[in-house]
Write a protein that binds this ligand. Structure first.
Ligand SMILES: Nc1ncnc2c1ncn2[C@@H]1O[C@H](COP(=O)(O)OP(=O)(O)O)[C@@H](O)[C@H]1O
Ligand SMILES: [Mg+2]
Length: 248
C-alpha cells in the first residue's frame, strides 16, 4: 500500500504540488492523467525519491510505502529504489548485453551467485514478456532490440531486484501502437504481483489499464476515483471537460 499525505512540493519558489493526499491499493494499477505540466511526473517521482536528485526542491507532507515513511532519516534510499522500481518514457537500456542489463541490479547489490542470477534474469525476462524474443541472443547488445523490446527489457531490469511497486512515467509514449499494446497487456499481467502506478497522457490507455485514476490540474488532484466512474460519470466539471477533450 502506498499513501501520500498532504504533499506540497516546490521547485525553488514554484509550487508544483498542492496539498495532495492519495492512497493506492496493492496489486492494482493507478493511473495519473492531466494536462502537460500539471505535476504528474513530479508526484510519481516522490515515491522512489527521484526528486532528491533535483537541486533546490522541497517537499512537505508524508509518503508511505509498505508501512514506512520513505522520507524518514532512517530510510536507505538504495533499498527504497529496489523496492520501488521505475520505468521511464524513453527506453534507457545500458550499453551492455541483454543479459547484463537485467543482471545489473543484482550484481551492483551483490545479490546471489551465478546460478541465482541466471535464474532471476530468465524469470524477469519471462515476466516482462520478452524471454521468447531474446532467449537465443542474451549476449547481444541491448541496442539491437526494437524500442518496444528495449522498454520491456527496462521493465525486466526493474523486476529483477524484486520490487513491490513499479512506477511508470508514460512508458509507451515513445512506442508504436503494437508495442504499446504489448506494454499495456504486460501491465495488466504484472499487477497480480506488483503495485503499479502509471503516468499517461493517453486517456484511452488510462481507461484500458488502470483500476483507479487520478486527474491532476495545476498541481492539484482534482478527482480520484475508480477508473470506470472517472470516465463514465466524473464528479467534477473540470474532469468532464478534460476527458471529453475540451482542453489539455
Ligand atoms: N526540474 C525542474 N525544475 C523546475 N521546474 C520543474 C522541474 N520539473 C518540472 N518542473 C515544473 O513543475 C511543473 C510540473 O511538472 P511535471 O511534474 O513534469 O508535469 P507533468 O509530468 O504533469 O507534465 C511544471 O510547471 C514544470 O515546469
Ligand atoms: Mg511528465
Amino acid at each position: 500500500m502506498i499513501e501520500a499525505k498532504n504533499i506540497n512540493f516546490y521547485y525553488d519558489e514554484f509550487q508544483a504540488l498542492k496539498n495532495i493526499s492519495m492512497k493506492m491499493e496493492p496489486n492494482s494499477v493507478t493511473a495519473f492523467i492531466g494536462p502537460s505540466g500539471c505535476g504528474k511526473s513530479t508526484f510519481l517521482r516522490l515515491f522512489n525519491r527521484m526528486n532528491d536528485l533535483i537541486d533546490n526542491t522541497r517537499m512537505e507532507g508524508e509518503c508511505i510505502v509498505d508501512n514506512q515513511n520513505i522520507y524518514d532519516k532512517k530510510m536507505n534510499v538504495d533499498t527504497l529504489r529496489k523496492q520501488v522500481g521505475m520505468v521511464f518514457q524513453k527506453p534507457n537500456p545500458f550499453p551492455k548485453t541483454i543479459f547484463e542489463n537485467v543482471a545489473y541490479g543484482l550484481r551492483v547489490n551483490d545479490l546471489g551467485n551465478k546460478q541465482f542470477i541466471q535464474e532471476r534474469v530468465e524469470e524477469s525476462l519471462i515476466s516482462a514478456a520478452l524471454w521468447d524474443e531474446v532467449k537465443d541472443k542474451l549476449n547481444k547488445s541491448a541496442f539491437e532490440l526494437s524500442g518496444g523490446q528495449q522498454q520491456r527489457l527496462c521493465i525486466a531490469r526493474a523486476l529483477a531486484v524484486s520490487p513491490s511497486v513499479i512506477l511508470m512515467d508514460e512508458p509507451a509514449s515513445a512506442l508504436d501502437p503494437i508495442s504499446t499494446l504489448k506494454i499495456e497487456e504486460l501491465i495488466h499481467d504484472l499487477k497480480k504481483d506488483y503495485t503499479i502506478v502509471i503516468v499517461t497522457h493517453n486517456m484511452q490507455q488510462a481507461a484500458r489499464v488502470s483500476d483507479k485514476t487520478g486527474f491532476f490540474m495545476l498541481g492539484e488532484l482534482v478527482e480520484y476515483s475508480d477508473t470506470k466512474k472517472m470516465f463514465l460519470n466524473p464528479e467534477k466539471e473540470e474532469t468532464q471537460n478534460y476527458i471529453t477533450g475540451r482542453f489539455g
